[in-house]
Design a protein around this ligand. Structure first.
Ligand code: ADP
Ligand code: MG
Length: 242
C-alpha cells in the first residue's frame, strides 16, 4: 500500500566511506538522518570538504551510500542497480551545478531538451518542450543561440530549464550561484523561490549566507556529521547571531 504521507526524502543512518588504493579509507558521511517533505526549500551548508557534494550526489542518485537507508518518494533507492538509479534520475530529479554543465556546441534549445533524447521523444516535441521550459526561466527568444553568446546568469537559467524538462518533483542544486556575482545570484535564487512556490521541492548546497537566506530550513554538515537541522532564522552559528 502506498503511504501518501511519506516524505520526499528520508535518509536513515547514512554513511559514506571512500576506499583508496593501499588500504586507505576516508569516512566522509557519518550517520546522517533526516527527512524532507514535499514542497520544502532546504539549504545544506558546511565548510569545504565537509561532505556536502557527497551527500548531494547520494540524494541525487548519482552515487550510493556505503551503509544506511535512502528512500525517495517512499521508494528504497539505496539498494537499486545503476540502471534503476538512472531511471529514477530521469523521472524524478532535476540537477543544477555550479559550472552549468552546458554543451557549448549545441544550441540552447538542444541543451534544454537533452534529457529527452534518452526517452525516444521526437525532435519536434523536444523543441516545443524546450521552448516551454525556456519561457519558465525568462529566456524566450534565446532558443537558437549558443551558450557562449549569453551571460553566466543566463547560462544557469538554461541549466535550470534543462533540470525542469522531465517535470521533476525535486531539484538538487550544488553551489548554483558559486560562479555568479551577487545581483545575478539573487536573480537565480528568486527563480528557485518561484519554482518552489509552484510546488517543486528544492535542496540547495551553498556556503554563502545570503544564498541560504532564501531557504526556510537549514541542514548544517560539519566533518561529515549533521550538526544542525532546523529553521534557518534560528540558526545561532549564522549571521543572525553576530
Ligand atoms: P564539499 O562538497 O562539502 O566540499 P565533498 O563531498 O566534495 O565536500 O568532499 C568531502 C570529502 O570527501 C573530501 O575530503 C574529499 O576529498 C573526499 N572525497 C570526495 N569525493 C571523493 C572520491 N571520489 N574519492 C575519495 N575521496 C573523495
Ligand atoms: Mg562541494
Amino acid at each position: 500500500m502506498i503511504n501518501t504521507h511519506s516524505p520526499v526524502i528520508e535518509v536513515k543512518n547514512l554513511c559514506k566511506t571512500y576506499f583508496m588504493s593501499g588500504g586507505m579509507s576516508q569516512s566522509v558521511l557519518k550517520d546522517i538522518s533526516f527527512s524532507i517533505e514535499a514542497g520544502e526549500f532546504v539549504a545544506i551548508m558546511g565548510h569545504s570538504g565537509s561532505g556536502k557534494s557527497t551527500l548531494m550526489n547520494i540524494l541525487g542518485c548519482l552515487d550510493k551510500p556505503t551503509s544506511g537507508l535512502y528512500l525517495l518518494n517512499g521508494d528504497l533507492v539505496s539498494d537499486k542497480s545503476e540502471l534503476e538509479l538512472a531511471s529514477v534520475r530521469g523521472h524524478e530529479i532535476g540537477f543544477v551545478f555550479q559550472n552549468f554543465n552546458l554543451l557549448m556546441k549545441r544550441t540552447i534549445a538542444d541543451n534544454v531538451s537533452l534529457p529527452l533524447i534518452y526517452q525516444n521523444i521526437g525532435e519536434k516535441e523536444r523543441y516545443e518542450r524546450a521552448l516551454r521550459m525556456l519561457e519558465k526561466v525568462g529566456l524566450t527568444g534565446y532558443e537558437n543561440r549558443f551558450p557562449s553568446q549569453i551571460s553566466g546568469g543566463m547560462q544557469q537559467r538554461v541549466a535550470i530549464a534543462r533540470s525542469l524538462i522531465n517535470n521533476p518533483s525535486i531539484i538538487f542544486a550544488d553551489e548554483p550561484t558559486g560562479n555568479l556575482d551577487t545581483a545575478t545570484s539573487d536573480e537565480i535564487m528568486n527563480l528557485f523561490t518561484r519554482l518552489n512556490k509552484q510546488g517543486i521541492t528544492i535542496v540547495l548546497v551553498t556556503h554563502e549566507e545570503d544564498v541560504a537566506d532564501y531557504a526556510k530550513r537549514l541542514i548544517k554538515i560539519s566533518d561529515g556529521r549533521k550538526e544542525y537541522d532546523g529553521l534557518r532564522q534560528s540558526y545561532q552559528g549564522g549571521r543572525e547571531a553576530k
